[in-house]
Write a protein of this length. Structure first.
Length: 153
């Protein structure tokens, strides 16, 4: 079966930066699965996988515009310390969910001052060229329930 709309794909991968540093990889002996055509993985990788089949290997370099996009300065916000619970321990690098104009996003604390906390809602891989090397482990037809939910089970 070929990867295309309404298929569920399992793949293993290693993600490296342009410089060759390993950023992420699927755990040994495990693969990740997604429902193709739902933008649940970045477009550059999803497009590369179209038409591949179980056993296919891939090696694709994805530019930021087909990956996590470019950095958006508006996603960096300085929030009054008083918007956090008084007993909240706020640390650099801490992540939490925040409601924004773009909906719920994960933000990371990048600066702490006496009265203000700066948070950044940009994805950690924003602006980066990414290389994915991996293998398609399996392709199957999505179930009616998966299509209904819009994700792989
Ligand atoms: Zn579901």
């Amino acid at each position: 079966m070929l990867i295309g709309p309404n298929t569920v794909v399992n793949f293993s991968y290693t993600l490296t930066s342009e410089q060759g540093d390993i950023i992420d990889q699927s755990p040994e002996g495990e693969s990740m699965s997604y429902l193709h055509g739902t933008s649940s993985i970045i477009p550059g990788l999803e497009n590369e996988l179209i038409g591949k089949t179980a056993g296919s290997e891939f090696d694709v370099t994805v530019k930021p515009e087909d990956g996590y996009g470019e950095r958006i300065e508006e996603m960096v916000q300085k929030m009054p310390r008083s918007t956090f619970p008084a007993d909240a321990e706020i640390e650099l690098g801490m992540q939490f969910g925040a409601e924004t104009a773009q909906g719920q996003v994960t933000v990371v604390v990048t600066e702490i001052e006496d009265d203000f906390v700066t948070v950044d809602g940009n994805h950690p891989l924003v602006g980066m060229t990414l290389r994915f090397v991996g293998k398609v482990e399996g392709v199957r037809e999505a179930t009616a329930e998966e299509l209904d939910h819009g994700h792989a089970h």
